[in-house]
Ligand binder design. Structure first.
Ligand code: SAH
Length: 394
């Protein structure tokens, strides 16, 4: 087995599992891209086994502190452990992320369950090369009707991989209905954004909906309507759901029919809508909504885009606050690791200063338990959310 000698002070000595190219002192034994390498410190002490890809900025990702090969037994064991974790934390769910990359000791492997269909992403070269063992382990452990390998994420380029999608087992069924805690969703794993639904948000729908009774709700960036549907089911006065994608709005409408609730689902740019509606209120019109939900896409794929992203986040928060009456609620989410909890709160606080209002924290939200956070890998914590009430004294 080839290996890497890691430079002193590298993040791995502080508990992290990633090795950046700049942290490698020496490469020995001619390891090939996608192979397992041994990681060692300058005194030749063994630090663990990692998957290697010199083409990536992250040249090695440690997946074990022992000597470990990537064989069928390894994949069966790690995938079984991932499934067991979910059985303990989220028993009996039809919609679930079963394997989440580093958090399950399988860097770059994502497996989502949509009832009997599994959608797999192999986002690192090593996982890509071991697709057959991964699919075999999944079939053995779960007996799915279909395993779809859906590698269409932009991050593949960072590992030198092409985007492609194929059915690795069984055949792809037509769209079907799946349940998530009393809400029905039409799922079509072959299409839709990411691998379909935003599974990390499923718990937050119910949390926000608990505050929605009797309210007039505006769900901005609604995608397939998760928040809007949960609110409508909880008994709202009226729900408007907005997304820029026509396909997303159509699917939100179909989901409303499935759940027998009424949604006013509209295709619009949420930035434009928030701007226009907030100006009406500033010009004296009565507020139209009592609960506004903001769940925009991540504007910050990397650190460089952060300044622009902060402006975007501040703008939508400012507008939403201007539109809400005292006692109104704002539920807001940010799904970027680059935006820390503190920074996100700072942006919201700055918007509140400009909107001349005081926010009272009602509830804090996070990513669902099927996206577990590793303490040593801050990158695994990426979804933050808060529900605020507009305090009196505006
Ligand atoms: N709340 C959703 C997830 C939102 S993902 C859920 O829980 O399922 C972000 C969504 O924002 C995507 O559906 C995308 O189509 C939409 N979007 C991106 N830019 C937008 C814009 N300017 N206006 C409205 N929607 C936008």
């Amino acid at each position: 087995m080839g290996g890497l000698i890691i430079a002193p002070k590298a993040r791995i000595f502080h508990g992290h599992d990633w090795v950046y190219g700049t942290e490698v002192r020496t490469v020995y034994g001619d390891p090939q891209p996608g192979e397992v390498v041994a990681l060692k410190d300058q005194r030749n002490r063994f630090l663990g086994s990692a998957i290697y890809n010199p083409q990536s900025q992250i040249v090695a990702r440690r997946f074990s502190r022992r000597k470990q090969v990537l064989d069928a037994d390894f994949f069966r064991r790690r995938i079984r452990q991932a499934i067991e974790f979910r059985e303990r934390r989220l028993p009996g769910e039809e919609l679930l992320r079963l394997v989440w990359s580093e958090s399950d000791g399988l860097p770059g492997l994502i497996v989502d369950r949509y009832r009997d269909v599994l959608v797999v992403q192999t986002l690192t070269l090593a996982m890509h090369l071991h697709e057959p063992e991964i699919v075999a382990a999944l079939c053995e452990l779960l007996q799915p009707t279909c395993v779809l390998v859906r590698n269409d994420a932009a991050v593949l380029a960072a590992e030198g991989l092409e985007q492609e999608t194929h059915v690795a087992h069984g055949s792809l069924p037509p769209p079907f209905v799946a349940n998530a805690r009393g809400l029905k969703f039409e799922v079509d794993p072959g299409r839709g954004q990411k691998t379909g639904l935003y599974l990390d948000q499923l718990d937050n729908y119910a949390q926000v909906a608990r505050h929605a009774m009797g309210k007039r709700v505006l769900d901005c960036f609604c995608n397939q309507g998760g928040f809007a549907l949960a609110c409508a089911q909880a008994g709202t006065a009226a729900v408007t759901a907005v997304d820029i994608s026509e396909a997303a709005v159509e699917s939100a409408q179909r989901n409303a029919q499935l759940n027998e609730v009424r949604l006013n689902a509209v295709v619009a740019n949420a930035f434009d809508l928030l701007k226009a509606e907030s100006e009406k209120v500033r010009n004296g019109a009565e507020p139209k909504w009592d609960l506004i939900i903001l769940d925009p896409p991540s504007f910050t794929r990397n650190r460089k885009a952060l300044a622009g992203a902060l402006r975007g986040y501040k703008e939508i928060h400012l507008r939403a606050m201007q539109m809400l009456p005292v006692g109104g609620l704002l539920s807001t989410f940010c799904c970027s690791h680059h935006m820390s909890r503190e920074l996100f709160l700072q942006v919201i606080a700055e918007a509140a200063v400009d909107a001349h209002c005081t926010l009272r924290l009602v509830e804090e939200h996070g990513q669902r338990a099927d996206h577990p956070v590793l303490l040593n890998l801050p990158e695994t914590s990426y979804l933050r959310g808060f529900t605020f009430e507009m305090a009196p004294g505006r």
